[in-house]
Design a protein around this ligand. Sequence first.
Ligand code: 5GP
Length: 214
Amino acid sequence: MTTGYRENKRGILFTLSAPSGAGKTTAANLLLEKAEGLRRSISHTTRAKRVGETDGVDYHFVGRERFEEMVRHGDFIEWAEVHGNLYGTSFANVEETVSRLHSDLLLVIDVQGARALRERGVNCRLIFLLPPSMEELRRRIETRGTDTAESLATRLENAKAEMAAMEEFDYVVVNDNIDQAVAQLMAIITAERLKTENRGLRPNKSVLSKGDSK
Ligand code: 5GP
């Protein structure tokens, strides 16, 4: 830094959660493009790799046995079962980013995961992305065309329950307009970075001695 302050900061942990269909993946990708110094956490999962996904980039794809072994070893800072598959964030992944690389980390995880971090007392900022309305959520899931009538109903029921969790989060962003939502996410990142407790600033000797050089 050239300002006369040394910065010795640990990265900040952010989580982004949302009911399915709220546009979480798109919002997260746009935010990560925009926010320099913010990395995406790479979770472990037991779900099968989808076309276009790469091991170690999108997820660390592991078998259920290996995942359960990691749970027993206490390797995860949080983990959850989502739609029959296991997902977890490893301590190693978090420490590598926030401690060694001094970079901020975005965990794109489900509501249970965010709740687990809060209950554990992990220092992180929880962000919730809301669809503009239930009607719009239904329309988005229907447009995606990947759900049967039954799974649409289940998703909407789950979404209702997840929306009720909103009050447990530090920030709520409504995804009415994606550009505006991303701008608001960016504002959260910036404000958190400017918090005194997150700056880790110490005056340089040159600053301390200014006007006091004798
Ligand atoms: P997908 O299989 O579509 O990539 O993800 C399914 C859900 O699991 C999404 O809501 C995603 O955010 C969530 N998820 C991904 N990684 C993790 C994780 O490490 N922990 C938790 N709790 N949820 C995760």
